[in-house]
Design a protein around this ligand. Structure first.
Ligand code: CO
Length: 426
């Protein structure tokens, strides 16, 4: 900052204060009309700001646009101690700074098992084989000739919230629920591909394999393959990003995202699950007895308040909007309840359209904070009647040794200075 800048800012500040004083009566009326919401004074600034006085860059400056430099904090983040290497690890979607239900492609969380593969789409092939009448190999151009659809679905890692089973570990909305993203996907139903090859009568299971260095494989029942399983080549209007499986990925809507195999190169149809023979890794849920659930594919109803959150301090008493997200792998969200007293009383938050099955659903709720310490939380209910459980209910059923499928109600403590902390109550 130059001396001149400093002086100018000083003068502007002074002008602003004097204008404020002069318009106090009007300002007071406006504040009352807005229900106490804080707003800047309605005065025109005394001097034009910097950006209004000079030409900006032209249309050839940025062929692929980026967010404003003032949004540089809205990025994916990872947790160093979580995994031994970054190639087999996860990063987290910056939920507390996002709006609506669509996750921008540049900040959609990533979970890789062998690093991010960079694939030449002209050399990529998808093989459909196994218990089919006619094995087929597709190029990307072949796949794009088939009947296509646009669908909005979330993808959530089974380990979302996994660090919180034994207690509140991470003080951030991004880390507590950020292994999720929601996008509009363009592609072809897996059913279309399987029907073109013709299923044999004993076709019961399907194996998907990725072309990354880990050759990740997952198997799932034929019923899911013939229901809503999807092979996507585009996300939010553009080709998949390499981190999301470019040029082709599987999507099993509503199911744990490790099964939505990226860099999809092979679909094999069989008569039994592959994990009984071989599969590169397993996702099971360890119970207090030492036994484990084998198949827990569905991501149950879940929600989180994204504002306020540990990343956002509440700036003094007054009127605010609670912002949050809810979702269910079983279908639509039908209700979201909010509590402001640690779960004693609940109110219902209006849901924003669109409310789509297996997609993020947005809720907003006007909130007046009186400056006292409060515990706030959200609770999602889906169309099957399933109610998002408390951490105690979840531990009673599953113990504390799990990593996966922690969809417990998340509680934020807003203390009297407006700081927000991840705490576990009830
Ligand atoms: Co599972």
């Amino acid at each position: 900052m130059t001396k001149e800048d400093g002086g100018r800012r000083g003068r502007a500040g002074l002008d602003r204060r004097s204008l404020l004083g002069g318009a106090a009566g009007v300002g007071g009326t406006l504040l009352a009309a807005a229900g106490g919401a804080r707003a800047e004074e309605a005065a025109i600034p005394a001097e034009l700001p910097e950006w209004s006085r000079y030409l900006g860059p032209g249309v050839d400056d940025e062929p692929y646009g980026k967010p404003s430099k003032y949004e540089a904090h809205v990025i994916r983040r990872n947790v160093e101690w979580l995994t031994a290497s970054t190639e087999s690890s996860v990063n987290f979607t910056p939920l507390p700074w996002l709006n609506g239900i669509i996750t921008p492609n540049g900040v959609f969380f990533e979970r890789h098992h062998g690093g991010r593969a960079e694939i030449d789409p002209t050399k990529h092939r998808l093989l459909i084989h196994g218990l089919v009448e006619k094995p087929l190999v597709y190029t990307m151009e072949d796949i794009k000739r088939l009947p296509c659809e646009d669908r909005i679905w979330f993808l959530e890692c089974a380990a979302n919230g996994g660090m919180e089973w034994r207690g509140a570990q991470l003080n951030g909305c991004q880390y507590v629920r950020g292994m999720i993203g929601c996008a509009q996907w363009t592609g072809v139903r897996l059913k279309t591909l399987l029907e073109r090859s013709g299923l044999k009568p004993n076709a019961k299971w399907v194996l998907a394999e990725g072309a990354d260095a880990s050759a990740l494989t997952r198997s799932f029942p034929i019923e899911k393959a013939l229901d809503d399983a999807f092979v996507a080549y585009a996300q939010n209007g553009e080709a998949l990003r390499p981190g999301q499986g470019y040029p082709l990925r599987l999507i099993l809507p509503g199911w744990e995202a490790n099964m939505s195999v990226k860099w999809l190169r092979r679909i094999e149809v069989g008569d039994a699950p592959w994990y009984t023979r071989w599969e590169t890794s397993k996702y099971t849920d360890l119970l207090p007895s030492g036994k484990a659930y084998k198949f827990t594919w569905v991501q149950e109803a879940n929600s989180v308040i994204t504002w306020p959150a540990p990343e956002h301090k509440v700036d003094g008493p007054g009127q605010y909007m609670i912002r949050g997200l809810a979702w269910s792998g079983r279908g639509r969200i039908v209700r979201v309840d909010l509590t402001f007293d640690g779960g004693k009383n609940w109110v219902t938050a209006p849901l924003q359209e669109p409310i789509l099955p297996k997609a993020l659903t947005r809720f907003y709720y006007p909130w007046r904070w009186d400056g006292s310490s409060v515990i706030i939380a959200s609770r999602a209910i889906d169309e099957t009647g399933y109610v998002q459980p408390t951490i105690t209910q979840l531990r009673n059923a599953r113990g504390r040794n799990s990593i996966y499928h922690n969809n417990a109600i998340i509680t934020w403590l807003v203390n009297s200075s407006g700081e927000v902390e991840n705490v576990q109550v009830a």
